[in-house]
Design a protein around this ligand. Sequence first.
Ligand code: AMP
Ligand code: MG
Length: 328
Amino acid sequence: MARVTARTSDIEKAAGVLRAGGLVALPTETVYGLGANAEDPAAVARIFQVKGRPPSHPLIVHIGGGEYLDDWVKDVPATARLLAEHFWPGPLTLVLRRGRRVPLEATGGLETVAVRVPAHPVALALLAAFGGGVTAPSANRFGQVSPTTTNDVRAELGDAVDFVLDGGPCTVGVESTIVDVTGDAPSILRPGGVTREELEAVLGRPLAVPSTTRVRVPGQHPSHYAPRARVVLVEPEKVVAEAERAQDLGHRVGVFLPPSMAGAPVKAHAVVSVPPSMGDYARRLYGFLRELDQRGCDLIVASLPVEEGLGLAIANRLRLAAGPRATV
Ligand code: AMP
Ligand code: MG
């Protein structure tokens, strides 16, 4: 079990940093966030600077409980209340109409805002001590692998963050599911820690799936969640042959060995064994990508899991990690 209690003095210190306009890396159950006072436009602007994130990419506002939702948004439809009741605190983000407390800096200029209540005792303690909303993207440089431990945060951001609040390793390991509830029918903008099946069971209706998840043609989405090594996706039964082919061509190949190939010998630079449980895989996905980078791989060969349950979010992240890189 992850360490779930930060010292009270650390919580107080982090809340003080937020009040003073600083940036705090905070644990959530999904990934570590880079947090600022959501109502302080200058602090919010620093998040974009530190991440190297384009200012048009909106952030998620984290609040301490569903009872505060109406302070941050307006026109909350019944569907949003139903989802909030079922899944908060938890890895579900709702996109609603922006309330006046939320500056346009936090929404990338949009009149909608993304809000969630994280299910991590340290995040909730910080939100309670601070008393306001904390806007936070993942605590990594733009486009790169999200951090799931404080070591990852420090490797990504170093001294650029004013305080790192430790809450142990993240227990979900992939980002929240984002559901847009501003239209006639709710739709998933990003698959994540709450599964499509769980949402559909509560809503009693099917949900649209985002195009990054459906698209099977490679090269249509710029990379995100990406390690330094290039990521190549093949069918599970072709992973070993493709890895060995690339290794023979002189690459330092890292392999995501699928559960169906467990124990198969593979001639490669580094191998990680993909766990059969999707919960375990989600928890370890970003750690695996970081590990293969650290071991000096320049190419990672992986396959997509079945896109059910958490497999949908994992496949989405792997596809985006394999997307084309921006040229410099
Ligand atoms: P990250 O910053 O990496 O945790 O990602 C935050 C996610 O929330 C991004 O995928 C954003 O595009 C999404 N997001 C935040 N606000 C909105 C919004 N108002 N409408 C749609 N997506 C949003
Ligand atoms: Mg991110």
